[in-house]
Ligand binder design. Sequence first.
Ligand code: PMP
Length: 408
Amino acid sequence: MATVEQTVRQTVDIFDKCRRFTAAHEMMERGLYPYFQPIQESHDTEVVIRGETKIMVGSNNYLGLTHHPYVLEKARDALARYGTGNTGSRFLNGTLDLHEELEHRLAALMGAEAALVFSTGYQTNLGIIGGLVTRGALVVQDRLNHACLLDGAQLAAGELARYQHGDMGALRRVLERHRDSNGVLIATDGVFSMEGNIVDLPSLVDIKDEYGARLLVDDAHSVGVLGRNGGGTAEHYGLQDRVDLTMITFSKSFASIGGAAAGPADVIHYLKHHSRPLIFSASMPGSAVATVLACLDVMEQEPQRREQLWKNADYLRGGLNALGFDTVGSETPIIPVASGDMEKTFIFWRALFDMGVFTNPVLPPAVPENSCRLRTSVMATHTTEQLDRVLDAFGTVGRQLGIVGGAA
Ligand code: PMP
């Protein structure tokens, strides 16, 4: 045992950095802090915060299914049948017949041999990349990929390389440099979550075949949104047989929480036995799984929801562009609005909030430096009247702040 003299006291307290972290306090004092707003009630396109109703244009509830009567009924039935939680991982006591039913439904939707349900979308990416990108292997990623694809790479034993957003020449150069890797996985968002643009999948599938790599597409914002049946990016391009693995989340179009990997049966079987976020974490509760199954039913029975989603997206984006806003290349229901520096972004956010519009401010590191934006996203259930109110608020505040022209 160490004596008092032998003990070397740490000079740095691990908590020191927490005391130095004052940026958020300053914003709170100025009434500009936008995060962790507690929602008291949610009615799909409207939420109540501190007793005030706001139009929600910051949600990923694309098809507007969180309050659909059929979805609610299915969730309630499952709650009664399976209880509130599974209290264990898929690997041990936490697999329900419903998880397997969902896996079959998802595999069919994605045109894949098999699927595997995880507890969150985040864990799904960690699980796929951590399971496959072993020592000596390489994962190559678009620089604007979602944080959990990056985190998955950092957790994995293999190497990470990144290429400039959408730059296929840069991707080729990375692949040339790593020709001796012990296997290569290219990972990309299908729809980029902070930009709202769609990946150039036709080029990616050609390149990955040319170099003998495998391709993972994160379809968090694409399933339910893109493709004739809502099958996501690959269905949108008619390339379902050329994508090796797809990652899906249930926290967006599927009005729930959880995620899944879809791909070849042998890869899914391998991930079931090598994916730590799957094996060492409790499984999705039955009510959450039943919600996703019910959403799949609604997607099939009410395809007009997806049509309405796209009409609403075009309406809001067109309106914002007509007002003079830069929507950062959006081509989907994710519609970011360029907002200048951090301070202006917070002031912009607060003014919209006071006018009854809930948006999400996005700052570095989620987006490149000097590229702050207010991120809006549209639901199938927004009414034209609600979208007009959103546009009115954006126009008024944008003019006041000098972000767009015209009299304030
Ligand atoms: N991938 C992308 C592209 C995302 O936008 C998100 C969530 N915003 C995730 C993965 C993580 O999904 P989840 O929130 O379901 O864990």
